[in-house]
Design a protein around this ligand. Structure first.
Ligand SMILES: Nc1ncnc2c1ncn2[C@@H]1O[C@H](COP(=O)(O)OP(=O)(O)O)[C@@H](O)[C@H]1O
Ligand code: SF4
Ligand SMILES: [Mg+2]
Length: 338
């Protein structure tokens, strides 16, 4: 599938950093990417790598204190989200941008009927009549393929199955035609069949609406299904970014290579690194230079300098001092004389 052009990004994130309390090290550090209308960026990495905090920062939903934005800009069609006042954020959240979560009850109100809550959001953002908003709610339940939508409209969230609640949350997120949809592990809690249906649905709705999407996942299967572009996160940094083709066929960062190899059906370069041993260090306890150094089989003293993302092929960037690793392997061979 050709990916929509990068020419005019709807979202331009530059140097986004998030701080925890007074900690010296940013917990999300210098994250940059762009996203064009209709494009899907998958943000992938193990648990604790800063994926959710990146999303919450963009949505103005960081828990503050202890978390705060410590740098960067994030322009949604020209407006900087990171310097936006809470009142302005409430205007665009659920309107121009919306988020869906792993747990639908994060955004659904248990005390309101499904139809009422979607209609209320439509009235707030579009200022239409009650009847028009209710019609829009019904249309949305149809579009997310909830059976018997007229009946579901008047039900409470607890009366729906997990998969149906997920659909209702998607209906609510898309009710105001957002330009940007952020989905944080939206199918992780669902069984495999329902997961495939929800991903399918999201793809269809995205192509109908032309929304840009950030899909957060720790599942490379989801990445393969959904992504145009991929950003691999480790320890609050983007360590590798590129088109889905590049990331799957020619991963360059030792962490990405490790992730790929731990997924047998997609595994590449299995001869090099079979899994990623060890765990993500706690915030504040990251190594000084490359944050992956505690787990990296290729580290040298040079890795005590923070690696920055640099191009490594068309539409592909990597933040590893030693990439491409072929160079390191060749040097080792020369030095050992083997
Ligand atoms: N409200 C918070 N207070 C303190 N630490 C937090 C908070 N939220 C997240 N963290 C920490 O920030 C790091 C990144 O978290 P998160 O973005 O949720 O990771 P991911 O979504 O990639 O699993 C983790 O170490 C997590 O424990
Ligand atoms: S910079 Fe060094 S420690 Fe970091 S991934 Fe590259 S080789 Fe490993
Ligand atoms: Mg998360």
């Amino acid at each position: 599938m050709p990916s929509p052009a990068d020419a005019l990004p709807i979202l331009d994130v530059d140097g986004l950093s998030v701080r925890l309390g007074k900690m010296d090290q940013n917990i999300v550090d210098n994250v940059s990417f762009t996203l064009a209308p209709g494009q899907t960026l998958c943000v992938v990495g193990e648990s604790g790598c800063g994926k959710s905090l990146t999303a919450l920062a963009l949505m103005g939903l960081l828990q503050s204190p202890p978390l705060s934005i410590s740098g960067g800009t994030a322009r949604l069609g020209g407006e900087d989200l990171l310097s936006m006042q809470p009142a302005d954020f409430r205007e665009i959240r659920g309107g121009r941008m919306a988020m869906i979560f792993q747990e639908p009850m994060t955004s659904l109100n248990p005390g309101l009927r499904i139809g009422e809550q979607i209609a209320e959001s439509v009235r707030r953002h579009k200022g239409v009549s009650r009847a028009a908003a209710r019609n829009r709610a019904l249309e949305m339940l149809r579009r997310v393929r909830i059976p018997a939508p007229e009946k579901r409209l008047d039900e409470y969230p607890h009366q729906l199955s997990g998969g149906m609640r997920q659909r209702a949350m998607i209906a609510m997120a898309l009710a105001n035609d957002p330009e940007l949809l952020i989905a944080d592990e939206p199918t992780t809690a669902l069984d495999v069949t329902i997961q495939a249906q929800i991903l399918d649905l999201m793809r269809v709705l995205q192509s109908e609406t032309g929304a840009a999407m950030i899909m957060i996942t720790h599942d490379l299967g989801v990445v393969a299904e959904m992504a145009d572009k991929v950003a691999v996160m480790y320890g609050g940094h983007i360590v590798e970014a590129g088109s889905v083709e590049r990331i799957f066929t020619d991963p360059q960062h030792p962490y990405t290579i490790g992730l790929m190899s731990s997924m047998p059906s997609l595994g590449r370069r299995q001869d090099r690194l079979v899994t990623v041993p060890g765990v993500v260090p706690q915030p504040g306890a990251m190594p000084k230079g490359c944050r992956f150094a505690t787990r990296c089989p290729f580290r040298t003293e040079a890795c005590e300098t923070v690696p920055v993302l640099r191009p490594c092929g068309e539409g592909h960037e990597v933040a590893c001092i030693h990439a491409p690793l072929e160079n390191l392997a060749a040097r080792d061979l020369r030095e050992t004389g083997t």
